[in-house]
Design a protein around this ligand. Sequence first.
Ligand code: TRP
Length: 333
Amino acid sequence: MHKKIVLTGITPSGTPHIGNYIGAIKPALEMAKNPDFDAYFFIADYHSLIKLWDGQLRQQYIYEIAATWLAAGLDPKKVMFYRQSDIPEIMELNWILTSVTAKGLLNRAHAYKAAVDANIAEGEKDEDAGVTMGLFNYPMLMAADIIMLSADLVPVGKDQIQHIEIARDIANRLNHIYGCNLLKAPEALVDKSTQTILGLDGRKMSKSYNNTIPLFAPSKLLKKLVMKIVTNSQLPEEPKEVKDCMVFALYKHFADETEVSILAERYQTGIGWGEAKQILFEKMDVVLTPMRERYEYLLENKQIIDEYLAEGAAKVRIEAQQLLVKLKQQIGL
Ligand code: TRP
């Protein structure tokens, strides 16, 4: 049987936080263990150019994201693990795809529309104020990432479903225009379990809200941040709902089933928030400490990361070139 290709990327625009790990990295690594899939996981460094204009910081984040994937258990012998900018073929494909894509398709993309709406709300004369062509074209580049490796499935959060649909449209359109079947139209894979991870203040955990828990915060800082999670004002002896409780939600991602049911029972009989948070912190720290140690080791030995990425890029480029050769032939280049 032909294995399905599952592909996903992470933009290196910040230090990885717990939300990235639970929402993207952990489920992706679980899929990579499934023998029905060939996994392609990459660092979307070209995407980071849109949001981040500091080269040194970008370098740092690229290594941090790479070290995170590896520390979380990515096996570069089994997974195609690479950096987007090491695959120049993606840029060539990007232009070929751009040339058949209706501008209106991208006018409707959420990120762009949100920027325009914000400008209108602020009474800006120019609706496009502050919008770079990079931001506008960002779903195009994402389509190129996906189509370049003929991905079947792209695990994404709800906010990214539209981008996968755009990639489908673009692949189908090029196939139609040039009368071929060379490009694979991908499908989004939205996992119910990857519900949005909430941040310290109860909003979605996101760098832009400044409410994140860094994935590899040292134990002391981790404890401090866990203690800061907002809870309600119920007294310790009052029975508590596990539903919509962030402390409990986080615990579920780190503890096993027995541990989770024990904590659920404590909620029913009454547990103080301080104690619940202490239990959460201890569990997180036990799970994260070995990963943190590996992460720190890799960041002190970046040549290991460089080697893995170079090996990954060499393998991926061969596949990218094969598709590009066929595509160029088809379109008369
Ligand atoms: N846009 C994604 C994000 O910000 C990252 C990304 C870039 C991606 N290219 C991709 C994800 C291709 C999946 C497939 O999270």
